[in-house]
Ligand binder design. Structure first.
Ligand code: GLP
Length: 252
């Protein structure tokens, strides 16, 4: 079901499968509209189903990735690209390895960079040189983080190095052998980098995200809930499953 609330277009789907189909259809429509557009990709468990649908659509010749340029939101730091938990590896495993994308047009912050500060600066420059992001896909952390912009006193603007919250390290430990193996820091696009995207798609799944989904749309705009800044963006689409939408439903 499609709802409109202020700057948000909100799709509420019955389950993860239909959420993934809807999100993939929105992305596919954008790729068709801008075949050589600049697309921001996200990692995490949530977009995996969406990426599976995109792979199927690409196999069926319904979408063509060959001209697009991509920038991923974030990457652990330090981490080797060969580490199966690196976001570089994740993107190959879940999307880029299976579609007709031009691998020279893929950008992911370099978790192996010697100098992290210049890697951040360089990444931001590459986005600017490409003309900015046309369409940014986002997931959301339980604490409201987008990319790896953790709750803070102020919004961090451009691509930067960040220490991860204990809650994020714990949440992401499900992908690692143990909590001890989760990197404690990362490189992430900043809030301004994300907000400068022309269009944003936020995907939220599961009952455990119902509170943060509600805060994102109806809460105060505060760096304590980084995703709340999306209330200030002019073009945000949110796709949720029914459980994640549970709390916001009475208000939309
Ligand atoms: C990770 C990523 C985020 C992602 C979030 C949610 O930490 N850095 O970009 O949105 O976690 O992940 P999940 O979809 O697995 O809940």
């Amino acid at each position: 079901m499609k709802h409109k609330y202020q700057n948000f277009t909100i799709y509420i789907e019955n389950d993860y499968e239909s959420l993934s189909h809807t999100a993939a259809k929105i992305i596919a429509a954008q790729i068709k509209e801008r075949p050589s557009g600049i697309f921001g990709f996200a990692t995490g468990g949530t977009p995996v189903g969406t990426y599976k649908c995109l792979i199927e659509m690409n196999k069926a010749n319904e979408i063509d990735f060959s001209q697009i340029t991509t920038f991923n939101l974030d990457e652990y730091y330090p981490i080797n690209k060969t580490n199966s938990q690196s976001y570089d590896f994740f993107m190959k495993e879940n999307l880029f390895g299976y579609v007709n994308i031009n691998h020279e047009k893929i950008h992911i912050p370099n978790g192996e960079a010697k100098d992290v500060a210049s890697e951040c600066e360089n990444y931001e420059c590459q986005i600017a040189d490409a003309g900015g992001i046309d369409f940014q896909i986002l997931g959301i952390g339980l604490n409201g983080h987008i990319g790896f912009n953790e709750p803070a006193e102020t919004f961090q603007t451009f691509t930067h190095y960040v220490s991860l919250d204990t809650t994020t390290i714990e949440a992401n430990s499900r992908f690692f052998e143990s909590v001890a193996e989760v990197p404690k820091s990362a490189i992430t696009m900043g809030i301004k980098t994300i907000m400068m995207s022309r269009r944003i798609l936020l995907i939220i799944n599961g009952a455990q995200k119902a509170d943060i989904a509600y805060e994102t749309v109806f809460g105060s705009i505060t760096p304590r809930v980084p995703a709340s800044v999306l209330q200030l963006h002019h073009d945000v689409t949110i796709v949720l499953d029914r459980e994640a939408a549970e709390k916001m439903l009475p208000r939309i």
